[in-house]
Design a protein around this ligand. Structure first.
Ligand code: DGT
Ligand code: MG
Length: 371
């Protein structure tokens, strides 16, 4: 056993945006437990508690090795009494009784299933649970009125629940890239979200689109959307992509105007055709159709750096950047702009590096923003 006096406590800066968080996590057992409690709090509309658990988990993710002794945590930021009790429980007993009972609770299970339906938030799920609906079959049998997004969400439930692979994300990048090129040849598209941070899977695929000439991005989103609405197919190297786009929402003009669409699903069939060297004939492996969630954001070039930073994530990293800007620098950061509250003016930036510099932060590259 390690003597407490020999243990060197870890040190980390208090804001996640001051830390380098790679995908390597030496404390996954602890962070999974805290993330589950965060998720439960968020699903119960207790966002404050949710953030507290997320911040605690992010501190543990940033540690250079596994925690073995509570005394190593002395002086670490963001670890409240509740998180510390959970950690202690796991270090001493291998599991946390609170986490285990949450995981097994009927309410948590039902909230997860129901909010897993596209277009269903925690309020709706909570109302349904109070009416005795705990699973998809009960929902189908209940005769509840579902909006168009929810109907499509229910229909494609299994597809949307299944993670999107990097290969699928790249294939979809090909389709959306082609769509963008045909509606606006000079427009540029980048993959953002978790895939830009180096993740190998995601719950959706996030794209940011801009045009080198300010103003030329106006009207791009509706054109892109109509182009995508028709069935498209294209060849990219060895991959044949066929794609139908369905909209999982009653189509929101408002969001098209704001140039952010989160609610689009591409129904893709990806056919890999590999040239067989011995026979010189193509062999094809056909995958079945699946629905994939895709987020599209169009940004004017003057806001591009802010949009890129804002849509790359992680969610906690973004939240911490905004908290840092507000609390430490008297500035307001969004995915459109940075505003200096004291000077009463907007601060321009044309790269992520410049934004970090304006915020007085060391630049953290995307693959180290996995807080
Ligand atoms: P994933 O898809 O499970 O791999 O995880 P991420 O990290 O790609 O998360 P996602 O797709 O929910 O969102 C990507 C980033 O986009 C996220 O870190 C913050 C930003 N974001 C998401 N939704 C919104 C939104 O409604 N407004 C703004 N401004 N940003 C958003
Ligand atoms: Mg994503």
């Amino acid at each position: 056993a390690v003597n407490d006096s020999e243990v060197t406590p870890f040190t980390v800066p208090s804001y996640a945006c001051q830390r380098r968080s790679t995908l390597e996590n030496h404390n996954a057992v602890l962070t999974d437990a805290l993330s589950l409690l965060a998720e439960n709090a968020e699903l119960s509309d207790e966002d404050g508690r949710g953030v507290a658990f997320r911040r605690a988990a992010a501190v543990l993710k940033a540690l250079p090795s596994a925690v073995t002794n509570m005394s190593q945590l002395t002086g670490l930021p963001c670890l409240g009494g509740h998180s510390l009790r959970v950690i202690k429980d796991i270090l001493e007993n291998g599991t946390s009784s609170e986490v285990e009972s949450t995981k097994e609770s009927e309410r948590f299970k039902a909230l997860k299933v129901l909010t897993g339906i596209f277009g269903v938030g925690s309020k709706t799920a909570d109302r349904w649970i109070r009416e005795g609906i705990h699973n998809l079959q009960q929902l189908r049998d209940s005769g509840q009125t579902l909006n168009r997004a929810q109907q499509a969400g229910l229909e494609h439930y299994d597809d949307i629940k299944q993670p999107v692979s990097l290969a699928e994300a790249e294939a979809i990048r090909g389709i959306v890239g082609r769509a963008v090129a045909s509606v606006s040849p000079e427009a540029q598209i980048v993959l953002t979200g978790g895939f830009r941070r180096g993740k190998l899977t995601g719950h959706d695929v996030d794209f940011l689109i801009t045009h080198p000439e300010e103003g030329s991005e106006v009207g791009l989103m509706p054109k892109l959307v109509s182009w995508l609405e028709s069935r498209v197919s294209c060849h990219l190297q060895n991959v044949l992509l066929i794609c139908d786009v369905i909209f999982l929402c009653a189509f929101q003009q408002e969001r098209i105007k704001r140039c952010e669409i989160k609610l689009l699903a591409l129904r893709c069939r990806i056919t890999y055709s590999e040239q067989d060297e011995t026979t010189a004939s193509p062999s094809t492996t056909e995958r079945r159709w699946r629905a994939v969630r895709v987020d599209l954001v169009v940004s004017p070039i003057s806001q591009f750096a802010f949009a890129l930073l804002g849509w790359t994530g992680s969610k906690l990293f973004e939240r911490e950047l905004r908290r840092w800007a507000g609390h430490e620098k008297g500035m307001s950061l969004s995915s459109h702009a940075l505003y200096d509250n004291k000077q009463g003016r907007y601060i321009r930036a044309s790269s992520e590096e410049e934004i970090f510099a304006h915020l007085g932060l060391e630049f953290i590259p995307p693959n180290e923003r996995n807080a």
